[in-house]
Design a protein around this ligand. Structure first.
Ligand SMILES: [Zn+2]
Length: 207
């Protein structure tokens, strides 16, 4: 468990999806949550930087303190039993959308519509606050990937690979949107094309 968190921290860093000490990662084994410690750099984690906590947020071992966003991770696990891993980061292109409080929903890439439907923006609240937890978790009723206004992005997955793919795909979606705006004349998918994609999404993801 801990080595998986270390591995995906480095991968996020190597792919320019995180910088310095921002962001946090956790994985849930059905009993304990293993989450990055507060103040750690995701690209340079050791296993000592991953803290085992229970579902009430209590540290189960002596050592470092769990991430200040642990309440958000725990609330998502409680709401969604299908989610077993969570990645929160401030990847620059997706976070640019969060900075503009603009959801990622432009119908420009068929795969993104099938994969996400859309990526909503949870309203702004102070980092580490209960309000941030409430605002963000509400969106997880319908979505696995959520932008946090003026803050960043969070994805939940069946495992860390799955959560990582969601972060990576969201970042590529945001980047493609920006580049296509620069080229100009984005060709938006039309209603019929979108309805066909929504049907395919239902078949694949059930929603
Ligand atoms: Zn953050």
């Amino acid at each position: 468990m801990k080595n998986e968190v270390v591995k995906f921290g480095k991968l996020l860093y190597d792919k320019d999806l995180t910088s310095a000490t921002s962001g946090n990662i956790s994985v849930f084994d059905g009993k304990s949550v293993f989450i990055t410690a507060t103040g750690t750099a995701l690209g340079f984690l050791n296993e000592d930087d991953v803290v085992e906590i229970d579902l009430n947020g209590n540290e189960l071992e002596n050592g470092k303190k769990a991430s200040s966003e642990k309440k958000m991770h725990l609330a998502i696990y409680k709401l969604r039993p299908d989610i077993k891993a969570i990645i929160h980061c401030h990847s620059p292109f997706a976070t640019a959308f969060a900075a503009c409080r603009k959801e990622l929903s432009a119908p420009i890439i068929a795969e993104n519509i099938i994969y996400f439907g859309k990526i909503p923006v949870a309203p702004y609240a102070m980092p580490s606050s209960q309000q941030l937890v409430d605002n963000t978790v509400k969106e997880f009723v319908d979505y696995d990937t959520v932008l946090m206004a003026n803050h960043g992005i969070v994805s939940g997955g069946s495992d860390l690979t799955n959560a990582f793919h969601k972060i990576e795909t969201a970042e590529t979606y945001a980047k493609t949107y920006v580049y296509s705006k620069i080229i100009g004349n984005q060709a938006l998918l039309n209603e019929q094309e979108l309805s066909d994609l929504a049907n395919l999404r239902k078949k694949i993801h059930g929603k």
